[in-house]
Design a protein around this ligand. Structure first.
Ligand SMILES: Nc1nc2c(ncn2[C@@H]2O[C@H](COP(=O)(O)OP(=O)(O)OP(=O)(O)O)[C@@H](O)[C@H]2O)c(=O)[nH]1
Length: 185
């Protein structure tokens, strides 16, 4: 696979208002939009080209709408995804319940999809720790159980955002390399 171009389909899932669009915006354009919240309708697509070692990786990111109204549509977008970033808001426990719903779906319908749990809005906890509603260790145990990776990010400050997407790409490249080596491709 040396020097080869790799395309990876990534899907963003999670309850409305958890910050999926903001995460993509921070990663792709390195900015945080302030102003009135605008919910995503259906889904939005954006591609970002990056490097993993000597490989060029294009992440094709589907940012789905979190509103339950669009639930059926989100299923269309996660089909065939190699990675899912399942987001929850660190200050909203109901958003973590919703994240578990998506994990269950992915585990039963998209076995080849690697899951990344992403607790968002960590900057709000820096301001006031009492705002945390989802315990880090509980989620880490859950992540270990489902063989997912866990990140806590802030699109406002940029904390751990690049690291998250870089890990998605690196994991995909190493899995793909392993499949080539073992003839599983
Ligand atoms: N403080 C803070 N606010 C954030 C962060 N990320 C998102 N927000 C705010 O949370 C609100 C929702 O963010 P969006 O990115 O639109 O959420 P979404 O998950 O894409 O929402 P849907 O499109 O409805 O699914 C907006 O007002 C954002 O400004 C963050 O890291 N920190």
């Amino acid at each position: 696979m040396s020097g080869q171009r790799v395309d990876v389909k990534v899907v963003m899932l999670g309850k409305e208002y958890v910050g999926k669009t903001s995460l993509v915006e921070r990663y792709v354009h390195d900015r945080f939009l302030v102003g009135p919240y605008q919910n995503t309708i259906g889904a939005a697509f954006v591609a970002k080209v990056m490097s993993v070692g000597d490989r060029t990786v294009t992440l094709g990111i589907w940012d789905t709408a979190g509103s339950e109204r669009y639930e059926a549509m989100s299923r269309i977008y996660y089909r065939g995804a190699k990675a899912a970033i399942v987001c929850y808001d660190l200050t909203d426990s109901s958003s973590f319940e919703r994240a578990k719903f998506w994990v269950k779906e992915l585990r039963s319908l998209e076995e080849g999809c690697q899951i990344y749990l992403c607790g968002t809005k960590s900057d709000l906890l820096e301001e006031d720790r009492r705002r945390r509603r989802v315990d880090f260790h509980d989620v880490q145990d859950y992540a270990d159980n489902i063989k997912a990776q866990l990140f806590e990010t802030s699109s406002k400050t940029g904390q751990s955002v690049d690291e998250l997407f870089q890990k998605v790409a690196e994991d995909y490249v190493s899995v793909a390399a392993f499949q080539v080596m073992t003839g599983l491709e």
